[in-house]
Design a protein around this ligand. Structure first.
Ligand code: 3PG
Length: 230
């Protein structure tokens, strides 16, 4: 499945920082059951790869990817760990080349029109706007839509329950990403009811206008496409 199609599976992609592999299955089941099947596991903890693997093996309804992928070595590790897609805060020529070689869906981060154009030139048409609120948020996305209508975005960074709906109303937003659905305190306490309630609220957000355009459906599993998948 291409990145664009993965983004259309749910209005919100939880950005997960998980330090304990023992939390992986319950967390993933909670989020998927609440209606959020697309999960980004950030490679920011020693537990990230084991968490990814556990979710991939034990929660088949989850579409689980690796976040904070910074270089080709990390992308290789993430794929070995079972990542079905990748997310990065930015893009380098080396990372873009590695992604092209492996042909698995990838969402590179961009913050400007030039970065979006460079990413598009390398075959990426679904991009993470990061850090969304800090670089211009909704006003920037609205401005980018004029000259770059072929690109869709997943704004992440400063997105929360209060502003997610406004982002999702933009024509070039396919979904939003954020950590608000899984507060660290609730995660540490295994407070699944709290996380389930936040996730259900997020899943009920109006489907983005961007998900209607060029709809290709959500059939199939991500991460195995032989096509560019980007
Ligand atoms: C990140 O990579 O940390 C994401 O952008 C999450 O940002 P948030 O914590 O502001 O949702």
């Amino acid at each position: 499945m291409k990145a664009r199609d993965i983004l259309r599976l749910a209005p919100v992609m939880p950005v997960l920082v998980v330090g304990d592999p023992g939390l992986a299955e319950d967390l993933a089941h909670t989020l998927v059951d609440a209606g959020l099947p697309v999960l980004e596991i950030t490679l920011r903890t020693a537990a990230a790869l084991p968490v990814l693997r556990r979710i991939r093996d034990a929660v088949p309804r989850a579409v689980v990817g690796a976040g904070t992928v910074l270089d080709p070595a990390q992308w290789a590790q993430a794929l070995d760990g079972g990542a079905m897609f990748g997310v990065s805060p930015g893009l380098t020529p080396a990372l873009a080349a590695a992604v092209r070689r492996r042909g698995v869906a990838f969402l590179p981060g961009v913050a400007t029109a030039s970065e979006a154009m460079c990413a598009a030139e390398q075959g990426f048409d679904a991009l993470k706007l990061f850090p969304a609120e800090a670089v211009g948020g909704r006003a920037l996305l609205r401005s980018l839509h004029g000259p770059l209508p072929h690109l869709v975005f997943c704004p992440t960074g400063g997105v929360d329950a209060g502003n997610a709906g406004d982002y999702l109303a933009l024509p070039n937003v396919a979904c939003v990403g954020g950590s608000w659905v899984t507060p660290q305190a609730a995660l540490a306490a295994r407070d699944w009811p709290t996380i389930a309630a936040l996730a259900a609220q997020a899943a009920a957000l109006p489907r983005p206008a961007g998900s209607a355009a060029e709809g290709t459906g959500a059939a199939g599993r991500a991460g195995t496409s032989a096509a560019a998948g980007r």
